[in-house]
Design a protein around this ligand. Sequence first.
Ligand SMILES: [Zn+2]
Length: 146
Amino acid sequence: MMADENANERFDLGKETHRMREAEMARCIEIFNTAPELRASFPVKLQNGATVNGVHGICSRCKRRIDPADVHGRVSWPIAAVAVVEASGICRPCSTMTQLYLRLRPTGDSYRAETPSLDGRGWRFAQPVPISWWRATLRRLARKGR
Ligand SMILES: [Zn+2]
């Protein structure tokens, strides 16, 4: 496919699961609806010259890799040294939305990928959304004309 097919510089996201609060779900959907395909933001080049070719979205429920076309998100730079990946992926086979967070930090001439903690503070990870909730949300969005 694209850059994320390049071996050795891939990270599987969304392995951890916990329940999302409603506000987090809304944020997740907003990102999916407004952001481009995440793979368009790669490769990412860090301050030290290290290059990150891509990331994978892994479904938080079934653990399958999410189709890259269904992973939407952005890479931002809250400070110059650290790239933050924020994305939402929809696993079509099991109708689950997974929120993906990762930050990429240069170390030496390489880099380290960091994931959120699960204690509800700082970096945090994703969550299966119940199928019934997801279908209801799609209907609600459809009524809004999205
Ligand atoms: Zn799945």
